[in-house]
Write a protein that binds this ligand. Structure first.
Ligand code: NAD
Ligand code: DAU
Length: 363
């Protein structure tokens, strides 16, 4: 069986990926995660007791640790999820974003390169470094613009997006300069189980459940392209198995929604699963917009379909229902996450946002 070094495997997408990889017997997993506020061992319940899942708490920026793990476990691939991932936090303080997303990725690449150079020709050819990136590096689209393709120029607008763009450039440079067999993916907005409730969908579910306001930034007409995390993880397996070294792949759900429309669909799912007397959408409250808020993201995932035969499988209606169901049925996970500083974040981020007129927002 292959061994993969996964970074950030206790986060939202990483934990779903690790669980899928182990359930499908794809590889032994060495899971390196710092356990920041967003990392959570409870999200690894599906691999608890699995001897082929090895968890290591540590920082991707720790050179000696990275070198030691690579020398000890000799993986066939590195799958790099670890990052600071929330745009609003990057606006409040970008330091950790630059440290982990840029410098941490550089340390990981250095370790990968040194290790890769010790491999024999066959193993070196088969080795892969998979950089998990985001559509946010491309910036914002106008309403009539075609979706982002892999060659769309980078124009990151938030410190988070800028830090991911920096990391992506480094990955590209290690391929061009040293021949390291890298792969990069740009994915759209993920949703599903185990997502930290600072992100839109879980935050709305938790607030709705408590009958608290659903804070919509600005006019709520910003557009995102939604993909269930299971579909994303399957796409990543496909890229690992069949992607061409040095290539970039865009992954998306073909599922553009305005935020207000998405929240409307989410509220309808909540009304069905958790009847509350009044419709949950009555809790919507427009608040001060996010500075520099990107208006629209949309992904052209045609290359994934043409070259790797991948397409998303889950519909948004099905995915939202499953996600609401999951959050309503996992009180212990939710309570443990909320007990670890979530209330402080909600206070910092939302207490001073004032009610915004529904017309507010960047054109
Ligand atoms: P997340 O915030 O839920 O998880 C990040 C994980 O990385 C956490 O477990 C955290 O403890 C770990 N981590 C952070 N800094 C670390 C460090 N220095 N060393 C080791 N571990 C560290 O993030 P997510 O939403 O699961 O996103 C995972 C990756 O996918 C990120 O690279 C993100 O940019 C990318 N991405 C996310 C989305 C999305 O919609 N969530 C979409 C496209 C791409
Ligand atoms: O596009 C991929 C990106 O998607 C990933 O790279 C990021 O890691 C991930 O966080 C996500 O970024 P967004 O900024 O799009 O996700 P978020 O869930 O924070 O917000 C989604 C939209 O909802 C966005 O337009 C902002 C808006 N929003 C968000 C929150 C938290 C609100 O209106 N109210 C809120 O309270």
């Amino acid at each position: 069986m292959d061994t993969w070094l996964v970074t950030g495997g206790a986060g939202f997408i990483g934990s779903n990926f690790v669980s899928l990889a182990r359930k499908s017997g794809l590889a032994r997993i060495v899971n390196l995660d710092k356990l920041t506020y967003a990392g959570n061992l409870d999200s690894l319940d599906r691999v608890q007791g699995d001897p082929d899942h090895i968890f290591v708490q540590g920082d991707i920026g720790d050179r000696a640790l990275v070198a030691g793990l690579l020398a000890t476990y000799r993986p066939q691939a590195i799958i790099h999820f670890a990052a600071e991932s929330h745009v609003d936090r990057s606006i409040q303080d970008p330091t950790a974003f630059l440290t982990t997303n840029v410098l941490g990725t550089m340390v990981l690449l250095d370790g990968a390169l040194a290790y890769w150079r010790t491999l024999g020709p066959q193993a070196a050819q088969a080795f892969r470094f998979l950089q998990i990136s985001t559509d946010e590096v491309f910036g914002s689209l106008g309403p009539m613009d075609p979706p982002f393709t892999e060659t769309h120029p980078f124009a990151p607008n938030s410190p988070y997006a800028a830090s991911k763009a920096g990391a992506d450039h480094l990955v590209r440079a290690y391929h061009e300069t040293h021949g390291l067999p890298t792969l990069t993916t740009h994915c759209s907005n993920n949703y599903g189980p185990y997502q930290y409730p600072e992100k839109l969908i879980p935050l709305m579910i938790l607030n709705a459940r408590r009958k608290e306001a659903l804070p919509v930034y600005g006019d709520g007409r910003q557009v995102r392209d939604w993909l269930h995390v299971d579909d994303h993880c399957e796409a990543l397996c496909r890229v690992l198995a069949k992607g061409r070294p040095g290539s970039v792949y865009n992954i998306g759900g073909n599922c553009e929604r305005g935020n207000l429309d998405l929240i409307g669909e989410l509220c309808a799912a909540l009304d069905a699963l958790l009847p509350a007397g009044a419709p949950h959408k009555d809790l919507i409250k427009h608040v001060t917009d996010r500075p520099g808020h990107d208006r629209r993201y949309a992904i052209d995932a045609g290359k994934m379909k043409r070259e790797l035969g991948w397409e998303p499988r889950m519909t948004l209606a099905e995915g939202l229902k499953k996600t609401v169901d999951w959050y309503l049925g996992h009180d212990a996970w939710v309570d443990a996450v909320c007990a670890r500083g979530h209330a402080a974040w909600m206070e910092t981020q939302y207490a001073n946002r004032v009610a915004a007129p529904a017309g507010e927002g960047r054109a």
